[in-house]
Design a binder for this molecule. Structure first.
Ligand SMILES: Cc1cc2nc3c(=O)[nH]c(=O)nc-3n(C[C@H](O)[C@H](O)[C@H](O)COP(=O)(O)OP(=O)(O)OC[C@H]3O[C@@H](n4cnc5c(N)ncnc54)[C@H](O)[C@@H]3O)c2cc1C
Length: 204
């Protein structure tokens, strides 16, 4: 259809001129770049958990435009086997109301015991950082952030976790964030990418 597509956005916004601003991390997550499409309609994808669902408004009559797409080639993909393990810990992180997330500062997987006790004391799920998954202390489905999951709990407790943008982009819709850290310089960096806040507004 000769349209541009911005894939895997971390936020969408409408700028002052009414254009759709598609927010994408760039340079390894050190900046968030607003992308404007040259083509209409704008096409963008966002991962689950990034946006809050709107309340349905039944009073609006939708306008349906049917677009002729022509012949679609049959897919060359063959599914050999589907495996689903929804019971696995960490699988339901996107829907968790409370999350206790651990960073590398816990020192090792042997210290996960007290973290699990803390989490179960108030019915929280466990989350973590990419570094912890890379070390194999927790499996990948626990990872929150740019290359992990986006979550929206009422309470997010970050234990010994540094909280740079690459992690916090996945927790921007959290209610209350509590950070436990032994370094005053490790400030959880929250960047609000959607709603009224401008893409560059930041609070620590
Ligand atoms: C392209 C890209 C994508 C990425 N995607 C992700 C992602 O999706 N998710 C993600 O999490 N990261 C991601 N990262 C990595 C991210 O940039 C950070 O490196 C990572 O989040 C840091 O992990 P950490 O907090 O576990 O470890 P560290 O950076 O090592 O932080 C450990 C923290 O523990 C504290 N600490 C140490 N000892 C104690 C103690 N005894 N008590 C209390 N606090 C203590 C330290 O002060 C420090 O703040 C990505 C990076 C890149 C380049």
């Amino acid at each position: 259809m000769h349209l541009g597509l911005t894939g895997d956005c971390v936020g969408l916004d409408i700028d002052d001129e009414g254009r759709l601003s598609q927010l994408k991390p760039a340079f390894g997550g050190s900046i968030v770049a607003p992308i404007l499409s040259r083509t209409l309609p704008n096409m963008a994808t966002v991962r689950p958990g990034i946006l809050t669902a709107c309340e349905p408004d039944d009073s609006i009559e939708p306008v349906v435009n049917r677009i002729e797409v022509g012949t679609v080639e049959a897919s060359g993909v063959r599914v050999l086997r589907s495996v689903s393990d929804e019971s696995a810990e960490g699988a339901e992180l996107e829907h968790a109301a409370r999350i206790v997330s651990v960073g590398k500062g816990i020192g090792g997987p042997e210290n996960l015991g007290p973290i699990r006790e803390l989490a179960s004391a108030f019915g929280a799920s466990i989350g973590t950082t990419r570094d912890v998954c890379d070390l194999g202390w927790l499996p990948r489905q626990y990872q929150i952030g740019l290359s992990g999951k986006a979550v929206a709990p009422e309470l997010y407790v970050a234990v010994a976790l540094r909280g740079p943008f690459n992690h916090t982009v996945g927790i921007q819709r959290s209610g209350t964030i509590v950070a436990i850290n032994n370094s005053a310089r490790s400030q959880i960096q929250i960047v609000r990418l959607i709603s009224e806040a401008s893409p560059t507004s930041e609070k620590s």
